[in-house]
Ligand binder design. Structure first.
Ligand code: FES
Ligand SMILES: [Fe+2]
Length: 332
């Protein structure tokens, strides 16, 4: 019997695809369960990707009208997964592929494996704000453990070592005031520092950055937001999707205020500069996952800069977390 998934993660809604991709059956994996997504008319449909006849993946079939037709013997399934036709016969067995709860929001198709899914949560406002320049950066999954990947995005302590001069300068640390608040829904760290940042990415994209914010929205959303003069300059929101124990797919959304630069140019520049950062993070997360697998289980010890790790672990596992507020100073 394998270890159970963290309770709040198992119950949550997870994006599996962009809504625009559903013009054909798509094979996805969510928490080790194979899922097929397709569109029946206007409705997005999610079924467990296993034909109830001889268990071929339904995703290898095709959509005809409002039905999904299996590639092996041509059994037809409706949007509830119910078998509605068997070629060469007048009768139809009363069998169904398991149907999963599905919801479209923010340009994504979300699925819950829970037998009784929770109400679909409100998304971060940046994801639906038409006054902003916004885009999703399509990314594949990589070897990474879900909760470690979430912590990585919100971790202020690694950029000096993993992304030197791109995100933080290791040779020019300075005092940063940190205001950390958390409650049963997530946490927020506000980092306030004087003047401009000296590393490349912040200089190019964040202008006169004075405040950066890391947010965790339990169980699987993390956001970095950068503010200057009371308005935000860049918000990176990532929904992390657990494909398996050590494969995680990020759905990364970028939002910037409309400004002098056209949206397409900002998109190109943001992707170009975040590509090396992402590669470095993926390498570290893969090494971490590989080493934990060799050792059999994680054995973590908390340090003074680990604001989010324990909170992520508690809330993802469905444990309560008291409302808390802390003021600290870091050298970043
Ligand atoms: S395996 Fe799907 S119809 Fe036979
Ligand atoms: Fe990083």
């Amino acid at each position: 019997m394998s270890e159970p998934w963290p309770a709040a993660v198992a119950a949550a809604w997870h994006p599996l695809a962009y809504a625009s991709e559903l013009d054909r059956p798509l094979a996805k994996t969510l928490m080790d369960i194979p899922v097929v997504l397709f569109r029946a008319g206007r409705d997005a449909v999610a079924l467990v990707d296993q034909c109830p006849h001889r268990n071929v993946p339904l995703s290898r079939g095709k959509v005809c009208g409002n039905h999904l037709v299996c590639a092996y013997h041509g059994w037809r399934f409706d949007l509830h997964g119910q078998c509605v036709g068997v070629p060469g016969a007048d009768s139809v067995p009363n069998v169904a592929a398991r149907s999963l709860a599905v919801h479209e929001a923010g340009g994504l198709v979300w699925v819950s494996l829970a037998p009784q899914p929770p109400p679909f949560p409100a998304l971060r406002p940046e994801l639906g704000d038409p006054s902003l320049d916004r885009f999703w950066w399509p990314l594949p999954s990589s070897r990474a453990r879900l909760l470690d990947a979430i912590e990585n995005l919100l971790d202020p302590a690694h950029p000096h070592f993993l992304h030197p001069y791109l995100v933080r300068r290791p040779d020019a640390r300075r005092a940063v005031d940190v205001h950390f608040t958390s409650n049963a829904r997530g946490g927020e760290a506000r980092y306030t520092e004087a003047g401009t940042q000296s590393a490349w990415l912040p200089r190019l994209f964040e202008g006169r950055r004075t405040i950066s914010i890391g947010r965790y929205v339990a169980p699987t959303v993390a956001q970095l937001s950068f503010e200057s003069d009371d308005s935000f300059t860049l918000a990176i929101t990532v929904v992390f999707v657990p494909e398996s124990r050590d494969r995680t797919r990020p759905f990364a959304h970028f939002a910037t205020p409309r400004g002098l630069l056209p949206g397409w140019l900002k998109r190109r520049a943001l992707i170009a500069f975040h590509t090396p950062v992402l590669r470095q993070d993926r390498q570290a997360l893969a090494l971490q996952a590989e080493n934990i697998e060799r050792m059999g289980a994680p054995d973590y010890h908390q340090g003074p800069l680990d604001l989010f790790g324990p909170l992520i672990w508690r809330l993802a596992n469905g444990l309560s977390s008291p409302t808390e507020e802390r003021k600290l100073q870091f050298w970043l």
